[in-house]
Design a protein around this ligand. Structure first.
Ligand SMILES: [Zn+2]
Length: 216
């Protein structure tokens, strides 16, 4: 089974990816990880990518393409994989279709973790964390019993610098701009499974599992 997972920042993509990988025995492919790995190992494509990253620029699609092709040259993907964080745009999706076609592979389903912007704002701007023990709270969903204080260790809770409304809105508008055409592309291929990611992780996973089992 070959899957893609799509979801806005804060929709729970990381958590759901981990669960899917374990349950369906998939290889996790994250372009972010692959880029960091290629840079660390100083591969030819890693060196090119590093030039862009050092300049604070986005790594262009041609370089991402080379990294994906390089990844498929390893033979560990025959039992199934899950792409996470790629493709980000319709252009990248079209490119991926061509790469897979040449390898006689295809995407079996695209999991879209759907969540309203309003819920995401609460999830992200409401997040507080304990710098001492790492416990995570949310002022809307998981309040500490004493405001601003960790239940577990009594330390003062903090808010991450990026967890503010302004930074979230920038990320979300960028996300919607790129992702809407991407989802439409896969909807035309009848591959998209939309799930309501505001439900609990277990509920969402059960929904995805029965959908995927229906494909087999
Ligand atoms: Zn704590």
């Amino acid at each position: 089974m070959n899957l893609l997972i799509i979801g806005a920042p804060g929709a729970g993509k990381g958590t759901m990816s981990d669960i899917l990988i374990k349950n369906f025995d998939l290889v996790h492919i994250s372009t972010g990880d692959m880029l960091r790995e290629a840079v660390k190992n100083g591969t030819p494509v890693g060196k090119i990518a590093q030039g862009y990253m050092n300049a604070g620029a986005l790594v262009p699609d041609e370089v991402i393409h080379d990294i994906i092709v390089e990844r498929f040259s390893k033979d560990d993907l025959d039992n199934g994989f899950l792409f996470d964080g790629y493709p980000r745009t319709k252009a990248q999706a079209e490119d991926l279709s061509l790469i897979l076609k040449q390898l006689n592979k295809k995407i079996d389903a695209v999991i879209n973790l759907d969540i309203s912007d309003e819920d995401l704002v609460k999830r992200i701007t409401g997040r507080r964390l304990c710098p001492a023990c790492g416990e995570i709270y949310n002022i809307y969903y998981k309040k500490p019993s004493k405001e601003g204080i960790c239940d577990k260790c009594g330390a003062e809770l903090i808010q991450r610098k990026d967890d503010n409304l302004e930074s979230l809105e920038t990320r979300l508008s960028e996300y919607h701009k790129n992702t809407q055409p991407l989802i439409e592309y896969y909807e035309e291929m009848d591959l998209v499974k939309n799930t309501d990611a505001s439900k609990g992780v277990d509920v969402v996973f059960e929904e995805i599992r029965s959908f995927l089992e229906g494909l087999c």
